[in-house]
Write a protein that binds this ligand. Structure first.
Ligand code: ATP
Length: 643
């Protein structure tokens, strides 16, 4: 996650951040405004209570009129009930629309996350995204429900209350106004510090969520390697850090709370002394002093609450920033490579970036109808560098590869040579850095992603299944509704007949990530998902690695039938998978080092022969020289003689 620096001016920057919530708040603005007005009225009703008290003390109490006192008490009761009812009404007004605001913000975040490029997800920890979609949005809803209204309501109440106080007795009113300047200064220091610490705490919640998520997903590894103590320690350390940050927040809050409570209390105490002296001198009526002090005490809560309202606003501002950091990340939509959409002839020179405007629909329609130019899948001088490793040498360096229509090409290479990276470029999970990829002559950047992914199906070595039924998991691979027999056909091809022995057949729910199935079973479902939509182009990243040799042979036989009508690129590590293919491409040093049939390459290419032999040592090295080198490395000079 990118590092964030604290805002220069926290109040202004908080307001600017919070203003970004306007599009979500706009639809419910009427209800929020009515609720704010109701809260102001309720608060002002509270301010009338001291005036009734003044009337009771100076009137019925002074005149010893019990009926008048009872009447005054009734007024006070009615005012109290009215104030409570108005606050309740305000709560009712905001509860439902604010739940709607939170839900629509969450939906937007989720929708956006689905459209962000893989490069974004590579960079961001999932816990950071989760905490933005949960804790941060809850903070925002709470801000809209309380601080947003009450900063306004309390501001108006304090203003009206001060006017009432000054009108009752201006000299005492000025005593109460004295703490305003130091309070404003303390609040601004508090805001600056709290903005920083609130952001830190929210980021730490994200880190903690990541650790919890990884621990849950990786529970088998943790248990298998007995790492639960180390994992618990990592969790404890992080939660200790978060606890420290939360305590820091609490200390800041306690500090401002102490100042905000103490200064007005001192002022009220001073006003009480001055007022009592005035009453003793006969300059002020006792009723006025009671009313004055009751009004001042009624203003205590609006003043005292400012500390935590500001704290909640700062937390909401940093939650808003965190939310929009994700929402502002550019979606996959914009293509860095804008290439010519026209079909190319075999051997034509690659068209450079920015050559002509992209036409969205026509190329796809042509492909769907069956392009007159059946050029298959072509990579032209494709170079790729991971965006998060811009200074590293390119993983793929000017790769040229042509897979003819209906042909199956196996992609072979050493571990880390870039096979998975290359396969990810075809469905545009990553964007090529330069060069271009065409399907039947049409540049893939000239199609929308939906169109491209309707043409190209993928299956990865690590098969992810979702919390849904087996059937739903497989049918995710079909762009449009397909009949049940297509599902059966796909399961047949993938040799996934074990499905019929599950308790509810294809309706059986598979757990989170399909953990209730074996690795090979999950791989077969992922393969079925790739073939169910009868794709024109199939990209398989070592899809049979978890199968036993017998099942692999059966899947291969069935796949050969499917691959006959499909243009396929299959990453392979084992000779048995390579034999599926018509030709093999060897990826080495970021380039296609050789293309040919399995037997040709086995005969002519030392690196390929070495990769397929499964032997250790350097490619091209004989068994004798390898063993003698290993012996030398192990300090056994005698081994050579023995051989
Ligand atoms: N998200 C990423 N950011 C930066 N570098 C990456 C990223 N993913 C992979 N790489 C690097 O790109 C290179 C190629 O990785 P890739 O996964 O494509 O290899 P591979 O040939 O499929 O390996 P294997 O056979 O082990 O699956 C590796 O050096 C890897 O470290």
């Amino acid at each position: 996650m990118p590092e964030q620096s604290p805002p220069a001016d926290p109040s202004r920057s908080a307001v600017r951040s919070l203003l970004r919530l306007w599009p979500y708040v706009r639809p419910v603005r009427t209800r929020l405004s009515v609720a704010a007005v109701v809260a102001v009225v309720a608060s002002c009703v509270g301010l009338v209570i001291p005036l009734v008290l003044k009337w009771i003390v100076d009137g019925p109490v002074a005149d010893r009129d019990p009926e008048g006192v009872w009447l005054g008490a009734l007024y006070l009761l009615l005012l109290g009930v009215g104030e409570a009812a108005l606050f309740g009404f305000r709560r009712w007004l905001v509860a439902r629309p604010l739940a709607g605001v939170e839900a629509s913000m969450r939906a937007d975040l989720y929708r956006h996350l689905q459209r962000l490029p893989i490069a974004f997800h590579d960079k961001w920890a999932s816990g950071q995204l989760l905490s933005r979609g949960t804790t941060d949005l809850m903070l925002l809803r709470m801000f809209l429900a309380f601080p947003l209204t009450f900063l306004l309501v309390n501001g108006v109440t304090i203003l009206v209350g001060m006017i009432v106080l000054l009108a009752q007795e201006w000299a005492l009113g000025l005593i109460l106004l004295a703490p305003v300047v130091p309070l404003v200064a303390v609040c601004s220091v508090f805001e600056r510090r709290y903005a920083d610490i609130a952001r830190r705490a929210q980021d730490q919640v994200g880190d903690l969520t990541t650790v919890v998520e990884e621990s849950v997903l990786g529970i088998r590894i943790i248990k298998g390697f007995g790492r639960h103590r180390a994992q618990a320690r990592a969790f404890r350390d992080l939660s200790g850090t978060l606890r420290g940050t939360e305590l820091h927040k609490a200390r800041l809050l306690a500090g401002i709370w102490a100042v905000i409570v103490a200064l007005p209390e001192l002022a009220i105490g001073a006003a009480l002394v001055a007022g009592t002296l005035q009453v003793a001198d006969g300059e002020l009526s006792a009723g006025t002093l009671v009313a004055f002090l009751s009004t001042a005490l009624a203003l205590r809560w609006p003043v005292e609450s400012i500390g935590f309202l500001l704290a909640m606003s700062q937390e909401a501002a940093s939650a808003t920033r965190r939310y929009f950091e994700v929402l502002d990340a550019p979606q996959e939509g914009a293509s860095p490579v804008q290439a010519d959409a026209s079909p190319v002839q075999a051997g034509a020179s690659p068209v450079q970036a920015g050559a002509s405007p992209v036409q969205e629909d026509q190329p796809f329609q042509r492909l769907r109808r069956g392009s007159p130019c059946s050029d298959g899948l072509r990579l032209e001088t494709v170079t790729f560098t991971y965006p998060d490793a811009p200074t590293s040498p390119p993983v793929l360096d000017r790769v040229d590869l042509h897979i003819r229509t209906g042909e199956t090409m196996a992609l072979v290479g050493a571990t880390g040579s870039g096979k998975t990276t290359l396969t990810a470029l075809v469905p545009r999970l990553h964007e090529v850095t330069s060069g271009r990829i065409t399907l039947d002559g049409v540049d893939i950047t000239a199609m929308s992603r939906d169109e491209l992914r309707a043409l190209v199906a993928v299956a990865f070595e690590e098969p992810t299944l979702f919390s849904a039924s087996v059937g739903e998991n497989v049918l995710m691979g079909a762009q449009k509704h397909v009949e049940g027999e297509e599902l059966g056909r796909a399961l047949d091809i993938a040799q996934a007949d074990f499905v019929h022995r599950l308790p509810h057949g294809t309706d059986t729910q598979v757990g989170e990530q399909g953990l209730s199935l074996s690795g090979g079973q999950r791989q077969r479902l992922a393969l079925a998902r790739a073939v169910v939509g009868r794709p024109r182009f199939l990209v398989l990243d070592d899809p049979l690695s978890a199968l036993d040799v017998h099942t692999e042979a059966l899947v291969e036989a069935a796949l050969r039938r499917v691959l006959a009508d499909t243009t396929a690129l299959v990453v392979a590590h084992r000779p048995s998978t390579v034999l599926l293919a018509d030709r093999v491409a060897l990826l080495s040093g970021g380039r296609i080092a050789a293309v040919g049939t399995h037997h040709q390459l086995l005969r002519d290419n030392a690196e390929y022969a070495w990769l397929m032999s499964g032997e250790s040592g350097e490619p091209g090295e004989s068994r004798v020289s390898r063993e003698s080198r290993e012996s030398r490395e192990q300090g056994k000079p005698w081994a050579e003689e023995e051989l």
